[in-house]
Design a protein around this ligand. Structure first.
Ligand code: SAH
Length: 258
């Protein structure tokens, strides 16, 4: 796959006495390199896809793009979405907090679009993700194939019925009723392993924390909400973007201690 990037260009127009956007920024993912690529700026001949990483390619309307080899993030951002996917800031924190890495064996539920599971598979040894709905399972599986994540297993299964994997390093839950998965998670986790929960609502979070606090073999490490603010940096207009989603969800971390 290839990524096409067109950089934004500004021009000062003397008659208007102001700077205008001459070229709008654009980014496209080319998935099928055997066909010409059609976009708003015209058509790019498939022959151009053989060009070196970073080269310039031109459409039939004389519009220029830089062509790059598509990387993980280029493709990840284009996955199909079924249920609401977990945001990058929350994924980043799960990875940083638990320290999971290329030796880790991870279980995830529910798969939804498979966004979190795919990201975890990008850095871990093995990930198994459970999805109860057949339509969402199919989306997650198609997304896994698009990213070629061979170490990710997508299962069409209710996680409450049991986790097949044993001695798991980390279990991530993004479920409407996560407390119902505590008993199965307890069995699958290794001693010292982490249970991480993502819930959009604090009432789900509290019910899970209360459920796990009753268990002698789990400690509650932290419940957190990551607030991220994006900024607009354009000439002298430098300020937080006015329309942005502040709240995504709450993350809770638990560790199995015996
Ligand atoms: N974290 C996912 C989104 C999960 S949305 C992502 O980043 O893409 C929650 C998902 O949990 C939904 O797809 C829902 O169908 C699934 N789900 C709900 N109950 C479940 C259960 N008992 N077992 C497996 N999946 C379940």
């Amino acid at each position: 796959m290839k990524t096409l990037i067109r950089k934004e260009k500004k021009e000062f127009v003397e008659e208007l006495k102001k700077t205008i956007t001459a070229t709008k920024p654009r980014k496209y993912l080319v998935e099928d390199l055997s066909k010409d690529f059609h976009c708003q700026e015209g058509v790019i001949d498939k022959i151009s896809f053989g060009k070196k990483n970073g080269s310039t390619v031109t459409t039939n309307q004389d519009k220029e793009f830089h062509i790059l080899d598509a990387d993980f993030m280029d493709i990840y951002k284009k996955i199909r979405r079924s249920a609401q996917i977990i945001s990058l800031k929350d994924i980043g924190m799960i990875i940083a907090y638990t320290g999971i890495n290329k030796t880790s064996n991870v279980v995830d539920a529910g798969a939804g679009s498979g966004a979190l599971a795919i990201f975890l598979a990008h850095i871990c040894k093995k990930v198994s993700t459970y999805e109860i709905r057949e339509d969402f399972y199919k989306v997650a599986k198609a997304n896994k194939e698009k990213l070629k994540m061979e170490n990710l297993v997508v299962k069409h299964k209710d996680i409450m019925e049991g986790i097949d994997e044993k001695n798991v390093d980390m279990i991530s839950l993004d479920l409407p009723a996560p407390w119902k998965a505590v008993n199965v998670a307890e069995k699958a986790l290794k001693v010292g392993g982490y249970l991480v929960n993502y819930s959009p609502s604090i009432s789900q979070t509290v019910d899970l924390v209360n459920c796990l606090q009753k268990k002698d073999n789990f400690v509650h490490l932290n419940t957190t909400e990551i607030i991220k603010r994006d900024w607009e940096v354009k000439d002298r207009k430098i300020r937080p973007i006015t329309t942005q989603n502040v709240h995504t969800g709450f993350l809770s971390y638990f560790r199995k201690i015996s």
